[in-house]
Write a protein that binds this ligand. Structure first.
Ligand SMILES: Cc1cc2nc3c(=O)[nH]c(=O)nc-3n(C[C@H](O)[C@H](O)[C@H](O)COP(=O)(O)OP(=O)(O)OC[C@H]3O[C@@H](n4cnc5c(N)ncnc54)[C@H](O)[C@@H]3O)c2cc1C
Length: 403
């Protein structure tokens, strides 16, 4: 049987960053990824200042920002009646006062390439973790399936970074608390003209919310719909869908015809949940596997990476010493649970007080009073950008480099 100090199920943002940080510290780590590549469209592509600062601490920010990307410093919203709000990241105290939009597959290629410089790092693609090995209630490794069949890998610690439908947390028998966000999202893209605003731009109309993300020569567009209504929207036909897009964002009338097939429109079924306990002996869940985030604020990727940084900070030493205790695993949850709960609370507030009622109403929406106050009062106006830029808490990399 093959062995490792640590094995990680899933090479998304959480798994890739944790794998890299542990390998840098000299921990023998094996990461399993069930796909053969990282090519997934309409995933979290938003790298916030908190993650850019982490990359900077690793000495990687410059080479990362050499990858093709767009930088967006402004976030705004406008109703069809012309009421508007605007926020900016430009006043935040950081070297990186913007969101960098980088395709997630480029981020994952970048991180795993960096990790592969360390001989203690192994990435096995096309290998799906199908079960946990357990002995007397302790997880002792994984069973994984690749093209040659089923195999086992024993590890002191198994980390479930296998996303929001995590198989490992199910096998670990951990309990999940789910909330029910009132919305789903239809993602698609349309061309963007160079003279259009450089921003994350929200648009509101009666019963409709749309968010346009500046991706350089195209807009990545989130058409927010009431939960479970994607089928109805499809049944009403593409013409009706295009009309609804123009009703909420009239400036798109000259290009909405580019959406000619439902294949171009991807459904994100919005989920939000959180494990009550993130660990059991020999096992820890992080990222979406521990807490799926609603898409509000584009926080998912960033929170997942912050989990990875904290997990590496807490666990690199016990892993090198060969003994990871329950107290070590509980410490990771202790440091990360409060930030996650607060951010999920903020998302729930926006969903329940604003998005849900807007989607359910036939009246022309107005921008909530609290949002208008927050955007206009000088001592308050940087609070929302700061929350989105840094999350809650701001973990720094403490694990060392031992090549
Ligand atoms: C359509 C969509 C749009 C989104 N948009 C945004 C956004 O704009 N901004 C943002 O911040 N977040 C966004 N998110 C959320 C964001 O993508 C996630 O929060 C983030 O990727 C979580 O990272 P993770 O590493 O925890 O999990 P994931 O990114 O889900 O990675 C899990 C990895 O594990 C692999 N895997 C799963 N099961 C197994 C297994 N059994 N064995 C081996 N490998 C396995 C998967 O293939 C995947 O590579 C979006 C999510 C979706 C679905």
């Amino acid at each position: 049987m093959v062995t490792a100090d640590c094995c990680i199920a899933g090479c998304g943002p959480a798994g890739a960053v944790l794998g890299c940080l542990l390998a840098r510290a000299g921990v023998h780590v094996t990461v399993f990824e069930k796909h053969n590549d990282f090519l997934r469209d309409f995933r979290g592509d938003t790298i916030h200042p908190s993650v850019l600062e982490i990359l900077d601490e690793l000495g990687l920010a410059e080479s990362f920002l050499a990858l093709p990307h767009t930088k967006v410093s402004n976030v705004g919203g406008r109703t069809t009646t012309g009421q508007a709000i605007a926020f900016t990241f430009e006043r935040l105290a950081t070297k990186f006062p913007y969101i960098a939009f980088v395709p997630q597959w480029d981020f994952l290629e970048f991180m795993t390439h960096e990790a592969a410089r360390f001989s203690s790092f192994t990435l096995i693609k096309n290998a799906e973790v199908v079960d946990l090995m357990q002995c007397d209630g302790t997880v002792t490794g994984v069973r994984f399936q690749d093209e040659t069949g089923e195999h086992e890998l024993a590890a002191r610690l198994t980390v479930g970074a296998d996303g929001r439908s995590a198989r490992t947390r199910e096998a670990a028998g951990l309990l999940l608390r789910e909330t029910s966000p009132p919305m789903d999202v239809l993602w698609f893209r349309l061309p963007r003209r160079p003279d259009e605003e450089r921003a994350i731009a929200g648009r509101l109309a009666a019963g409709r919310v749309l968010v346009m993300l500046d991706r350089g020569d195209y807009w990545q567009i989130a058409f927010v719909i009431a939960k479970g209504t994607a089928g109805q929207i499809r049944d009403a036909g593409l013409d009706h869908f295009r009309q609804e897009v123009v009703r909420v964002a009239p400036e798109l009338f000259d290009r909405v015809g580019d959406v000619t097939d439902w294949e171009q429109v991807k459904l994100l079924t919005v989920r939000a949940d959180r494990l009550l306990t993130w660990h059991k002996p020999g096992y820890l869940a992080i990222g979406d596997a521990a807490h799926a985030m609603s898409p509000i604020g584009g926080l998912g990727i960033n929170v997942a990476i912050q989990d990875a940084v904290v997990a590496a900070n807490v666990l690199w030493r016990p892993l090198l010493k060969g003994r990871v205790t329950d107290a070590d695993l509980a410490e990771v949850q202790r440091q990360r649970e409060r930030p996650v709960r607060l951010l999920q609370g903020f998302q729930t507030l926006v969903q329940n007080r604003f998005l849900g009622p807007t989607l359910a109403s036939r009246a022309t929406p107005s921008i909530p009073f609290i949002a208008r106050i927050l955007s206009r009062v000088p001592i308050l106006r940087d609070i929302p950008p700061r929350l989105i830029a840094f999350g809650v808490g701001r973990p720094h990399v403490e694990s060392p480099i031992r090549s």
